[in-house]
Ligand binder design. Structure first.
Ligand code: FE2
Length: 184
């Protein structure tokens, strides 16, 4: 389950209703998808997309998403540092950023135009939809492992617009770890 932290206020929100409400206040939709189907760890991207087809189709209808893919990175992924460097600078997109976490964990930072930065640590079963135009950045946790379904409104895929605000430089990407992400 996602854990929301507000570093400037020293607050941590680790219950589903609280996290959902805190994220809704930022315009971010947060859902839990229970993996009702047994998917082997080595399931292909096509098998994953097929298994979650009902949820993916619902989101496509709701949000105008036209494509879905599976991103899969581990510490062994070639070029990982260069890839992460693109994610971890504050940026925004012309489309929503939609992620359903299948394996591993990661850390979104959301920077509202007004109010404090929120850190959102996501793990398996978490779906978040970050609306277009939201300032944010993303880091992997220390084990550098994540597999996620991504949905796009623009078939050309992930395009960042960097803010160059430097907001990310003041905040260490701190993950609390799997024990905190486990469903209560
Ligand atoms: Fe992004």
């Amino acid at each position: 389950m996602a854990v929301v932290r507000i570093p400037a206020e020293g607050r941590t929100i680790a219950d589903f209703a609280g996290a959902r409400a805190a994220l809704a206040a930022l315009g971010i939709a947060y859902e839990r998808w229970e993996p009702a189907r047994a998917l082997p760890e080595e399931a292909s991207a096509a098998e994953v997309l097929a298994a979650y087809a009902p949820e993916i189709e619902r989101l496509k209808d709701e949000g105008g998403y036209v494509t879905a893919d599976v991103i899969d990175v581990t510490a062994q992924t070639p070029g990982l540092d260069a890839m992460l460097a693109r994610f971890s600078r504050e940026h925004w997109h012309d489309e929503d950023e939609v992620r359903f976490i299948l394996r591993g964990s990661g850390l979104f930072h959301i920077h509202p135009r007004q109010g404090p930065v929120h850190a959102i640590e996501v793990g398996p079963g978490d779906l978040i939809r970050v609306p277009r135009g939201t300032w944010h950045w993303f880091d992997l946790c220390a084990n550098r492992d994540i597999r996620a379904i991504r949905l796009f409104q623009d078939p050309s895929g992930w395009t960042p617009n960097y803010t160059d605000s430097g907001a990310e430089r003041g905040l260490e990407p701190v993950c609390l770890g799997p024990a905190q992400l486990a469903p209560a």
